[in-house]
Design a protein around this ligand. Structure first.
Ligand code: FES
Ligand code: FES
Length: 180
């Protein structure tokens, strides 16, 4: 079957088997290995991507189900500065600044979950709400305190930055280089 997607701002048409999971299309066919697979039970959230701006566990959805949608992976968050250098999305920068990771495996999914939390609650979201809404994401290092702090800071930064929007330029994303 054919599926037509916009992935990180780029139109893609792919022939896929009907049972292909979105996460497998992203990782195996498109090489976007920043989206991780951390479980077989839809519990960990390491595979979170944005579909039309909303965070979805990409291991729970078929590639053909998202035909026509815009998908953003961790690779699509960073933008380019005027000199062509990578500029992290404010949420990624907050994870780096607040040490919101230990091994980093869960980080791409946590960043996407953070963006979803901001989408739902706005930039002034409380730490308690962040902790509650992270229920669907597991960090096996159990470093949740700094993750919550990072999302809080990222949310504030998105509220004040002129460009809190999702970018489309590839590369430079947190989590992309660890345990791909
Ligand atoms: S790999 Fe999708 S929730 Fe764990
Ligand atoms: S930082 Fe290691 S699993 Fe989350």
């Amino acid at each position: 079957m054919q599926t037509r997607l916009t992935i990180n701002g780029e139109a893609q048409t792919r022939e896929v088997a009907p049972a292909t999971l979105l996460v497998d299309l992203l990782r195996d066919e498109l090489g976007l290995t920043g989206t991780h697979i951390g479980c077989d039970t839809s519990q960990c959230g390491a595979c979170n991507v944005l579909i039309d701006g909303k965070a979805v566990k990409s291991c729970t959805i078929l590639a053909v189900q998202v035909d026509g949608a815009a998908v953003t992976t961790i690779e699509g968050l960073a933008t380019k500065d005027q000199d062509g250098g990578d500029m992290l999305h404010p949420m990624q920068a907050a994870f780096r600044e607040h040490h919101g990771l230990q091994c980093g495996f869960c980080t791409p999914g946590m960043v996407m979950a953070g963006l979803e939390i901001v989408r739902r609650h706005g930039p002034a979201v409380s730490a308690e709400t962040i902790a509650h809404d992270l229920e669907g994401n597991l960090c096996r290092c159990t470093g949740y305190m700094n993750i919550v702090k990072a999302i809080e800071a990222g949310a504030r930064a998105m509220g004040s930055a002129p460009t809190g929007a999702i970018g489309s330029a590839p590369s430079g994303a947190i989590g992309e280089t660890v345990h791909a």
